[in-house]
Design a protein around this ligand. Structure first.
Ligand SMILES: [Zn+2]
Length: 257
């Protein structure tokens, strides 16, 4: 089977002038790779990640940011690109054992690093988050976070804290961010989100009570949207799980569910 290659350096997945980031031919001398990982996800597609020193990758290409790569890639390639980005960031940030301080080295079998000093094994970190569309009949709550780089209304989201179930985290986040209570929490789908290592768990939830009160310091604005407004509203792009939740809600409303 043909092996495909993905290259990265620093914290970025490398792309050429055409915006390609996965290659069937080597683009540089693989002997110079700092690290190499097997990223294979599907049995019919064998993929290697080579983390290169920056000066080795062809310089004439400025490279695209991860968000640009994701937005231009086929949806079926999203998991692989997300995986390459997360392993690159993790590898850069995990060079020493957090327990004893010795240098970490490649695990001989797993996608991991291990410490010869104390035996600790480090796997790429994942941070589970909930993301939810709160609905009430033909209306849903969307909010604008303070960290958004452009004016955009999105679903509510937050990290699951130690000891919480996903459902507990969802009810807490919704209460904190917009001050309403929810019930009937239903799982819909999940998505790996490489900024830098989240696993987004997508849910629908039914509104129960409370007036919307945006959380100071977190939410700039939050309000109810009728499903017919969403075609024109500044909502997230199609490759995001937030958009998938919104699109599913609109589809169900149109079908009269
Ligand atoms: Zn150690």
């Amino acid at each position: 089977m043909e092996i495909e290659y993905i290259y990265s350096s620093g914290h970025r997945v490398w792309s050429d002038l055409q915006g390609r980031w996965i290659f069937t031919q080597p683009c540089c001398d693989h002997n110079l790779a700092l690290e190499e990982y097997d990223l294979t996800l599907l049995p019919q597609q064998q993929v290697k990640l080579l983390i290169m020193p920056e000066e080795v990758l062809p310089h004439e290409t400025p490279g695209l940011q991860l968000r640009q790569l994701l937005s231009r890639s086929e949806e079926s390639m999203f998991p692989l690109l997300s995986r390459a980005a997360q392993v690159t960031t993790w590898s850069r940030d995990h060079n020493f054992c957090p327990r004893c301080g010795d240098a970490l080295r490649h695990h001989h079998q797993d996608l991991a690093k291990q410490c010869d000093g104390c035996g600790l094994t480090q796997y790429p970190r994942l941070s589970p988050c909930i993301i939810t569309l709160v609905t009430r009949g033909e209306y849903c709550i969307l909010a604008q976070g303070v960290r958004f780089t452009e004016p955009r209304f999105s679903t509510l989201a937050g990290f699951i804290e130690a000891g919480e179930s996903a459902e507990d985290a969802l009810a807490r986040e919704v209460r904190e961010e917009v001050g309403v209570e929810v019930s009937n929490i239903r799982y819909h789908c999940s998505q790996s989100w490489p900024f830098p290592h989240s696993l987004m768990l997508g849910f629908f939830a039914d509104y129960v009570s409370g007036e919307i009160v945006p959380e100071p310091g977190e939410i700039v604005d939050a309000r109810w949207f009728h499903y017919s407004e969403l075609d024109e509203a500044p909502i997230p792009p199609p490759f995001t799980i937030s958009r998938q939740l919104i699109d599913e809600f609109v589809k169900r409303c149109r079908a009269g569910d």
